[in-house]
Design a protein around this ligand. Structure first.
Ligand SMILES: Cc1cc2nc3c(=O)[nH]c(=O)nc-3n(C[C@H](O)[C@H](O)[C@H](O)COP(=O)(O)OP(=O)(O)OC[C@H]3O[C@@H](n4cnc5c(N)ncnc54)[C@H](O)[C@@H]3O)c2cc1C
Length: 298
């Protein structure tokens, strides 16, 4: 591994990405940086512009399938941008992009602030949650977002309102990849009994651990739910629970999860995704679209 600059930012060459994803698959980043401040992030953007390298953004890597062939250009990981500020008067919290969602949910619960209890089982960052319009148990990010603080790839800062972000089910305009979310402000309902909100939050987590496989690497739900259908039910009714290609397997517990049983490659996962899509399409004439984002060449 080579470090090209050692001032405020470190840009690494040929950096392994698999460990930075929840699926634990994928190849090397040609260049990789994980800035710890907005200043360092801006330096990374300037470096990419000077070098003519394309930029790919990574949060906690919990909704990504990265190709075994790796990614060209500069991968910027935002998980080290940290910090949480509570605005008591407004009942709002501003969290930096790299803050783990589950940790934020537990902190809000401990203050008796309600509104993000549903997010506790989501192993992503605040940045990734906003980009994906993540949600669970009937709640979703756009219901709570006051604004997103962003920087364009050319270094222009802008605070964007939900109406500018084109939120729909698990999508937003931020998925175009042309701006970086640096922080998000969310509206909560305050003044509840901390013990009660903590109990609700813990119950959500317990429920998730019962109905979803958390014991092996995955990306959560692989496919979006088609209108009027649950992807998991369609896959189950196609008889694919437990189906395996290489070391990637359709979960026996929740058929919309694909598990890395130990030594899966990205290629195993993509082949299984394509197989599931083909089988479901053949049986039900429904095309399953992926919720997980594919990065690189497959
Ligand atoms: C076990 C498990 C359970 C899950 N359950 C749920 C669930 O209940 N509900 C749900 O919605 N999701 C769920 N997920 C999926 C995933 O955790 C969410 O989509 C999460 O919001 C992704 O956040 P991340 O930080 O990991 O983003 P990543 O996976 O790193 O990135 C996702 C997308 O956002 C972009 N991105 C990331 N950070 C930034 C940033 N700072 N600025 C701009 N772009 C950025 C990436 O380029 C990519 O396009 C689950 C995943 C797992 C593994």
């Amino acid at each position: 591994m080579m470090t090209t600059t050692k001032t405020e930012i470190e840009i690494h060459r040929d950096y392994p990405l698999a460990a930075l994803t929840s699926w634990k698959v994928g190849g090397l980043a040609q260049w990789y940086a994980a800035p710890k401040s907005i200043g360092a992030l801006e330096e990374c953007l300037a470096w990419a512009e000077r070098s003519g390298e394309p930029i790919t953004l990574l949060g906690a890597g919990s909704n990504l399938l990265i190709s075994d062939r790796g990614l060209s250009g500069l991968v910027i990981c935002t998980r080290h941008l940290r910090g949480i500020e509570f605005n008591l008067a407004q009942g709002q919290v501003t969290a930096a992009a790299g803050e783990p969602v589950a940790r934020l949910a537990m902190q809000l619960a401990a203050k008796g602030w309600s509104g993000l209890e549903w997010s506790v089982g989501i192993p992503g960052t605040v940045g990734g949650l906003v980009v994906m319009n993540g949600g669970a148990q009937g709640g979703c990010t756009s219901d709570r977002l006051v604004n997103a603080q962003t920087i364009s790839l050319t270094g222009k800062s802008e605070i964007l309102l939900p109406a500018q972000l084109g939120f729909k089910y698990r999508t937003s305009l931020l998925q175009a990849g042309d701006r970086i979310v640096t922080a998000a402000t969310l509206q909560l309902n305050t003044g509840f009994d901390p013990q009660a909100i903590t109990t609700t939050t813990n119950n959500f987590l317990r429920f998730r651990h019962k109905v979803q496989p958390y014991h092996l690497p995955s990306c959560g739900s692989v496919f979006r739910n088609p209108e009027h259908h649950a992807a998991a039910k369609l896959i189950e009714d196609t008889g694919l629970k437990g189906y395996k290609i290489g070391d990637a397997q359709v979960s026996e517990l929740h058929a919309n999860f694909i598990l890395n049983c130990g030594h899966a490659t990205s290629n195993d996962v993509i082949n299984l995704i394509r197989y599931v899509q083909a089988q479901v399409s053949q049986k039900w004439a429904i095309d399953l679209e992926t919720e997980v984002k594919m990065l690189g060449e497959f």
